[in-house]
Design a protein around this ligand. Structure first.
Ligand SMILES: Cc1ncc(COP(=O)(O)O)c(C=O)c1O
Length: 335
């Protein structure tokens, strides 16, 4: 792949020439195959198109300075994909098969893994294919599992810009579906996110149903003050981010005290007066928040710039991902 012109491409818009694919029929998964990345024959009555029986994952393979390629926490992402499938009553991918699909795809596309700070973004997607428009109350007995790969370059090419986040007192998703990585949740968040962009020049919405802080449209939310980190405890209302778990594990190891519990917007506003607010997710790793917008007022987070703890944790996490620091927690899988 000639990357010089592609480096400017938006995140996820460039795909490798190869994808991995398997089909579920008659109660079994077919053997997986590597195929050219191309349109698939999907029936217009396919279950996923009508009843949103689909889920996906997103994680990265990194190239180290010595040329080696490693996946970051692939097992966790495969487990989350299987949990999403279970909660949507979709055929559950076989963990070993999905791991083989990812590893063989990355191996085939090894030459497309960009150097740091780029990475190869992996995107498994599972969707119900049975052609039946009367199946709203029936799980799909047929499904397709595809793994796509997308080289992504420097997410922060413009510098580490502090984000503007709009606080909304609504929910991102139905309360039992927040932990499921399914397309409908993103469709539901899009309207409020575009409105916040238009009205407040906000980069993202922080969803806070009944005033309780949940997460943003595409990342988890953490507060840091001194050596103390506060984030919502795991429940079904939000996505259990692998970056969140990695940042908290690393922070505890570095001596931070971590509280995982329900907290509200008022407490958030008290924390940010002297603290830091951070979004965590695979795409941006850890991104600092500079301003919260709440009920038409702007609240500066700390100095309004990306804070020192955010920068330090981000650097420590990225160093592990790129193989520059020891893999203390066993998070890397060589390809
Ligand atoms: C809604 C939402 N929350 C949180 C995250 C962060 O999850 P992870 O750290 O596993 O990428 C994501 C995805 O990246 C997301 O889409």
């Amino acid at each position: 792949m000639d990357t010089s012109a592609l480096r400017q491409a938006p995140f996820g818009s460039v795909l490798t020439e190869t994808m991995a694919i398997a089909w579920f029929r008659d109660g079994n998964w077919s053997p997986e195959r590597l195929e050219p990345t191309a349109p698939l024959p999907i029936h217009p009555a396919a279950h996923a198109l009508h009843y949103s029986s689909s889920c996906f994952e997103g994680f990265k393979a990194y190239r180290r300075a010595d040329g080696g390629v490693h996946l970051f926490r692939v097992d966790r992402h495969i487990e989350r994909m299987r949990e999403s499938a279970r909660l949507l009553v979709l055929p559950e991918p076989d963990a070993a098969q999905l791991a083989r699909m990812v590893l063989s795809l990355v191996d085939r596309c090894r030459g497309d893994v960009p150097d740091a700070p780029g990475a190869l973004y992996l995107r498994p997607v599972l969707f119900g294919t049975v052609p039946n428009v009367g199946a709203a109350g029936t799980p799909t007995p047929e499904a397709c599992l595809v793994v796509l790969a997308s080289p992504v370059w420097d997410y922060f090419a413009g510098g580490l810009k502090p984000l503007r986040i709009s606080v909304e007192l609504s929910s991102r998703t139905a309360p039992h579906l927040g932990m499921v990585k399914t397309g409908g949740n993103y469709a539901a968040a899009l309207g409020p996110t575009l409105a916040a962009r238009r009205e407040h020049r906000a980069d993202q919405v922080l969803f806070c149903p009944e005033g309780k802080v949940q997460e943003t449209g595409a990342a988890n939310f953490l507060l840091i003050r001194g050596q103390h980190i506060l984030t919502r405890g795991l429940d079904s209302t939000f996505l259990h981010g692998v970056t969140r778990d990695s940042a908290l594990t690393l922070a505890r190891h570095l001596g931070y005290e971590v509280s995982e519990r329900v907290f509200d917007v008022e407490e958030t506003l008290r924390w940010i007066a002297e603290g830091e607010a951070v979004l965590s997710g695979t795409a941006a790793v850890l991104a600092g928040v500079g301003t919260l917008i709440h009920q038409g007022r702007e609240f500066r987070v700390g100095t309004g710039d990306v804070g020192p703890h955010t920068k330090a944790l981000r650097a420590a996490l990225i160093a592990i991902q790129r193989g520059e620091s020891p893999d203390t927690f066993g998070w890397l899988t060589p390809v």
